[in-house]
Design a protein around this ligand. Sequence first.
Ligand SMILES: O=C(O)CCC(=O)C(=O)O
Ligand SMILES: [Fe+2]
Length: 373
Amino acid sequence: MAPSFSDADSMFNFVVRDGNGVKGLADLGLSKVPQKYVQPREERIDKLNATLNNNSPIDLSKLDGPDHDQVVEEIATAAETLGFFQVVNHGVPVELLEALKIAAHSFFGQLAEEKSAYRKGVSLARWCSMEQVLRQRKRRHWSGRTISACVILMIVKPAKFGLKNAEQLFNTCISREVALEFLRISIKMVRKLVEILMGKLGVTLDDAKIDALIGLKMVNMNFYPICPNPELTVGVGRHSDLGTLTVLLQDGIGGLYVKVEENMEGKKQEAEWMEIPPIPGALVINIGDTLQIVSNGRYKSAEHRVRTTSVQSRVSIPVFAIPKGTEKIGPLPQVVESDGVALYREVVFEDYMNNFFGNAHGGKKSLDFARIY
Ligand SMILES: O=C(O)CCC(=O)C(=O)O
Ligand SMILES: [Fe+2]
């Protein structure tokens, strides 16, 4: 029998405590989402009012040929304007991308009891409903995700953590080799992109400095169950990513929207939302807050959000490349010198991160923590 959710806690218990996730709600076959998931009008995503980003994906293999400079230009321009672009010929084999998407579906397709082996406090490879993260919020997101910063630690050194179920996770959903390969190639690409973007600022960073910017890697798996009311809900609300760069694998369903605040001439305009459409074989790259700070505002950390879907469940797998907590993050001196002013102060990344996760912030307010002007 379907649970009745007579009070605020009973639904939370069903979704979080009992490990059913939002998927559990979706599986009840509700004809309308519970009120808690209905977003205020200004947060809803109006598909018909959004534009489509029809930029061609950037072909990274051309970095090794005569078109090198043009490709560098395309990358820098995208980072300076939208803060989002897509890449092909990135080195991750298509079969590997497919295996990752299947793994995400198979993880979330497990029974609540099976997934509970990975719940917070039980396993370092943990999964949670967005609710767990967003309990304080008035309105909830129609999605679930694994928080797998620790998965990465485990795929590298599972024994160190004494976690038997790390093996189990990787046997059930994906082989450790596949996950590691994705991480390895993605990070190689991130390193290259950081070098290129820094180069365009006139700065050459040594390996240690690049490591400082991308020292931690987190891989999440996001799951957006079928939703009866995509027009009323959000999969993930407006936010920017906190790190340096994010590499995102999205499946073919679509629903990722980026806020466009400037027109082609770089002038402020009334914000519009633009969909980043799925392109088979491509990976999405976006700039995070850290890179905006380090570049003194030259590269744009893009505000984005995700629509829910009524057709088929959607998965996405972001790799977040972020600094280590102890790193100090601030505008690069060479850039400040040429700009004549520092727009951000130097912050310890851990403080930035605590502020980022500790406060419900709509959009890009997270950057205010470091902003001077
Ligand atoms: O699912 C997506 O397309 C994007 C997810 C996202 O923005 C995130 O995990 O930070
Ligand atoms: Fe994001």
